[in-house]
Design a binder for this molecule. Structure first.
Ligand code: GLN
Length: 508
């Protein structure tokens, strides 16, 4: 029987796979690797030195200088329980195989957004009015824990309405769907997030607006002291964020509370119509709601949270199931239909992805099964959404086929950055030939690690080595030779890679 935890299966990979893996980390194809090569391949895949999953590997590598040769046996013992992570990095086996290509595009979008200066920060409380409007941070985290951060990604901001999907999911986990939806609907309201309005059953329209979120908060451990209720919520946040404990902005909390006439009015209205469960203490409920809005995170932490939603409730950084797939499915459904205030329908139409916006200028965007992205930029449009945040989402889906319905109909011209599930050997071989002719050693290594055969020729009988040699790609040609590519195979014109190399003047 296979061991329960794949992280401890290091002995189960075959020796041939170990060798292939080792060579994928070799700079030249010779039997050695270096700390520099291991770290660079990991970082190209979005697995960085600070990644909590590989801290023991990082510590073990500290004993080496960047270019010091590491032999096969040492590599094996260093790789240890990380063999699967290393294998996926080497093979381009993460959900976004060309992660650096993908993040180059994100960086480009970031640059384009910097010059957008329309909109204004929220002004209903002084703490938000004082936030520097220039802030812009974008963090990406995939369901495999590949991460990328650009801009102000270490600055804390309060989560505001992005707490709503989390509060909703915790309520679902605690008391179940039937109970939650006996107190809140699931239709867009078509009104402002703080509007005093109810659906035809006298319930809040959905959990993504203030009234709905208050009702959800009222369902979370009502019998416990307020402090314990908030602690329980905060610890779910911590687990969703991969172990990073969120902060709490006390000034925002007090300010929210002092200026909350509308929210008090809403709560009394809900009480009057009997929308809360019986026995609800509305002051405690409001307090809990304000506390949730005042949770403080960075885009880095919130991207992990969004990735946990993308991964149906499993946190990519810890592997822990934090929420059930059902709760996450419900949360995402409501984010798609109601997450962007009065822009939700338009956003679902143009962007086609579940997202939740907060008045602090944050947008938590989820590409289900793929990644979470958090964008924070405090300037808001008249509907209360971050101007640059919305522009980011629109740009992203114009480049990539992430819109919910991009898969419908003929293949779109947009790029699919995801792993193709069942790559054919032929596809690998042809890709290898192309990468070799272009001298793209990184791609050649990735393809070899995925099992590409260097001896499968194209329709002219020309192999990857023919092309590398003919194009004078010395590094690639040498690499292929060391991995056993045939130097003397003839193409249909009768030429061998050895002759091509001589003609282009490279030495093998
Ligand atoms: N604290 C804010 C409120 O309740 C949250 C608003 C928001 O982000 N839309 O009004």
């Amino acid at each position: 029987m296979a061991p329960a935890n794949p992280a401890h299966q290091d002995e189960s990979i075959a020796m041939g796979d170990w060798r292939r893996l080792f060579l994928a980390f070799s700079p030249t194809g010779e039997p050695y690797t270096t700390k520099g090569d291991i770290l660079s391949i990991l970082s190209k895949n979005g697995i960085h030195k600070k990644d909590t999953r590989i801290q023991d590997l990082i510590e073990a590598l500290e004993a080496y200088t960047p270019k010091e040769p590491i032999d096969f046996e040492t590599f094996r013992s260093l790789a240890g329980r990380h063999v699967y992570l290393l294998q996926r990095a080497a093979q381009g086996g993460f959900i976004i195989p060309d992660f650096s290509g993908f993040t180059d595009h994100i960086a480009q979008i970031y640059q384009d957004l910097v010059s957008i200066n329309t909109g204004d920060v929220a002004r209903y409380i002084p703490q938000l009015a004082r936030v520097d409007p220039k802030y812009l941070g974008i963090s990406v985290c995939t369901v495999d824990g590949q991460t990328f951060d650009i801009g102000d990604t270490d600055v804390g901001f309060c989560v505001q309405s992005t707490c709503k999907p989390v509060t909703y999911c915790i309520a679902l986990e605690d008391v179940g769907e039937d109970k939650v939806h006996a107190h809140v609907g699931r239709e867009p309201s078509g009104q402002n997030f703080n509007a005093i309005t109810l659906n035809s059953k006298n319930l809040p329209h959905n959990p993504m607006i203030n009234a709905g979120s208050m009702v959800c908060a009222s369902l979370i451990r009502p019998q416990q002291p307020l402090a314990d209720r908030f602690d329980a919520i905060l610890s779910v946040w911590q687990r969703l964020c991969g172990g990073v404990r969120p902060g709490f902005n006390s000034a925002v909390y007090h300010s929210e509370k002092e200026t909350a006439d509308r929210n008090f009015a809403l709560a009394y209205f809900l009480k009057e119509v009997g929308a809360f469960p019986s026995g609800t203490d509305i002051h405690q409920t409001l307090d809990l709601y304000f506390q949730c809005c005042s949770i403080e995170v960075t885009t880095k932490a919130m991207a992990t949270l969004a990735a946990t939603f993308a991964g149906a409730g499993v946190c990519p950084m810890t592997g822990e199931r934090v929420l059930s797939p059902e709760s996450v499915k419900h949360g995402l459904s409501l984010m798609l239909s109601c997450g962007m205030y009065n822009f939700s329908g338009e956003f679902a139409f143009t962007v086609g992805l579940p997202a939740k916006s907060g008045i602090s200028g944050v947008i938590m965007l989820v590409v289900p099964g793929v990644m979470g992205i958090t964008i924070w930029s405090p300037r808001l449009d008249p509907l209360g959404n971050s101007v640059r945040g919305v522009a980011f989402c629109e740009k992203l889906v114009s480049l990539y086929n992430f819109h919910n319905f991009d898969g419908v109909g003929p293949a779109s011209e947009k790029t699919d950055p995801r792993l193709q599930a069942h790559q054919e050997k032929r596809y690998l071989a042809l890709s290898l030939i192309l990468a070799s002719s272009q001298g793209d050693l990184d791609e050649v290594k990735r393809l070899m690690a995925r099992g590409a055969s260097p001896d499968i020729p194209d329709y002219d009988g020309r192999t990857a080595l023919h092309l590398a040699a003919a194009e004078g790609r010395q590094e690639v040609a040498r690499y292929l030779c060391r991995l056993g590519a045939n130097l003397d195979v003839r193409d249909r014109f009768g030429r061998t890679p050895r002759e091509e190399a001589a003609a282009s003047g490279i030495t093998l």
